[in-house]
Design a protein around this ligand. Structure first.
Ligand code: CTP
Length: 481
């Protein structure tokens, strides 16, 4: 046992300790809170494990929660999860969870009944990683002492993710832990111990028994990490990526034809994801980076005299977004629509650096991107990944010019959230017609005329154009108009 500096100054620890003493049971802080304290990371979730004699009945975790809560405040609401033998309450922004030590697999959401009271060691054995199996005593004889049977403290110092027991056993208890290993390695910048990593490779197929929601949760945490590429490289190397995200796996590899290769779109995508991570914390913008080239394998073609092309990959890619989101159980509302839109538009700003930039092209981009313009521009900048530094620099300078011009045009024409001044209602009323093809044609032409700068974004000019367009279509002013 070692004495280490875990901050137990918060009054909750004394309350829990006193309540346990009254009940005649032992209690320890365990898991993520201890790990995060030692790493100096903020943590608002505290897990308490109780240990009682084998003869005691099995609800002591719940009893401790009840007594602790009543010591703090009479009206504190405790939530009991009888099936899991756990209890939880919130206090001062902390999420406090209480559970009796168990012999069987430690699984917070396991549906298995708790059969027997376990010792602290039993409980630690069944946790996922050595760094998550650290416990701190809250019992008077050893208050504040760290109980570290698997060298978790050493692994924290050496930055290693390793299972406490034989990894095959730990992963078979809960195969999601294979993804948790990669997620912790990515979040903390740790390496996975070779034996643990080999076991992930061996057991990878078992990930298929885990619910998609839990897998996606881990995937999102990897995407939100400071350097998500390292997580995706581990997912690929372990063989998990092929199973959970085949579309991303398919980006890997380079084909050669007549000595000409294209860039490896897997590594390119990861670079774009890392680039965007430096400028944005937004999960969905990061998803857009991950998916921006997702349809490249399906659209790849070698064209004589030109080389490799990926024609329309942005269109097919945007069509793949809802399918991937649905399968991943990601939100299908505005988040999905945002990602789909960015994938669809991701070539547009770069295309503008290649040609003489006309105001009309800029207006169209402003109109289509709307409020997501800044995100789109960030994605496009992140997409510039050539190894040739000079080339990157040249592109970034041109890109800056596009940004400037977009700003000018927006200030001048206010296109960004523009609604064409002539509505379908006005058209129908003026010509006395019912909804139909003509209404759509007139609306579209008015919008195009504004975006192309032929008329100003102004009611009178648009109304005049509506009359002319109607004439061409053989429409006349209605008597009621
Ligand atoms: N745990 C486990 N196996 C799992 C999930 C959790 O052994 N599949 C154990 C670990 O000891 C972990 C503790 O339960 O530290 C708490 O789990 P959880 O709150 O999910 O994770 P944290 O480690 O706190 O980390 P995070 O909040 O980042 O998920």
């Amino acid at each position: 046992m070692k004495a280490v500096a875990i901050d137990l100054s918060h009054p909750i620890f004394l309350h829990v300790s006193q309540a346990a003493a009254r009940l005649g049971i032992d209690v320890y802080v365990v898991g993520g809170y201890v790990r995060d304290q030692l790493l100096g990371r903020p943590c608002k979730d505290i897990d308490f494990v109780t240990v009682a004699p084998a003869s005691a009945h099995q609800q002591h975790g719940m009893e401790l929660a009840r007594l602790t809560a009543s010591l703090i405040h009479q009206d504190l609401q405790v939530n009991y999860f009888k099936n899991f033998g756990t209890a939880q309450f919130r206090w001062e922004g902390l999420d406090l969870e209480f559970v009796g030590a168990r012999k069987e697999s430690y699984m917070r959401h396991s549906r298995k009944p708790i059969v027997e009271n376990g010792t602290l060691r039993d409980d630690q054995n069944r946790r996922d990683f050595t760094i998550n199996a650290l416990a701190v005593s809250l019992n008077s004889a050893s208050y504040g002492q760290l109980i570290d049977p698997f060298g978790g403290l050493g692994d924290l110092e050496k930055k290693i993710i390793r299972t406490p027991l034989n990894p095959d056993l730990t992963f078979s208890d809960d195969p999601l832990r294979m993804m948790r290993a990669i997620r912790f390695a990515t979040q903390l910048g740790f390496t996975i111990h070779p034996e643990t990593f080999e076991a992930i490779k061996r057991n990878r197929e078992r990930i298929q028994i885990v619910s998609q929601e839990r897998i996606t949760d881990e995937l999102n945490k990897i995407i939100l990490a400071p350097k998500p590429s390292s997580g995706f490289l581990l997912l690929e190397e372990s063989g998990l990526l092929r199973i959970i995200f085949p579309e991303l796996q398919a980006l890997k590899g380079v084909e050669n034809y007549e000595g000409k290769g294209h860039k490896d779109n897997f590594y390119h995508t990861l670079q774009v994801l890392d680039n965007i991570t430096k400028v944005s914390q937004d999960l969905w913008l990061r998803w857009a980076a991950l998916l921006h080239d997702i349809a490249k394998p399906q659209t790849k073609k070698f064209v004589e005299g030109i080389g490799w092309t990926f024609h329309s990959h942005e269109i097919l890619g945007s069509k793949m977004v809802p399918k991937i989101f649905a399968r991943m159980k990601l939100p299908m509302g505005q988040e999905m629509r945002f990602v789909r839109k960015l994938v669809y538009l991701h070539l547009r700003p770069i295309a503008l650096t290649k040609e003489e930039i006309t105001d009309s092209a800029l207006r169209r981009l402003l109109f289509e991107a709307g409020d997501d313009l800044e995100s789109l521009l960030s994605l496009c900048e992140a997409d510039i990944t050539s190894k040739n530094r000079e080339k990157v620099k040249r592109y970034l300078i041109k890109f800056e010019q596009v940004r400037e011009r977009l700003k000018e045009v927006e200030e001048k024409d206010r296109i960004r959230n523009f609604q064409p001044p002539i509505t379908g209602e006005i058209i129908m009323q003026y010509f006395g017609i019912k909804p139909g093809k003509e209404v759509g044609v007139i609306k579209e032409e008015i919008k195009d005329a504004i975006l192309d700068g032929k008329i100003r974004n102004d009611y009178d000019e648009a109304f005049q154009l509506m009359i002319e367009l109607g004439k061409k279509l053989g429409l006349k002013k209605s008597d009621q108009a």
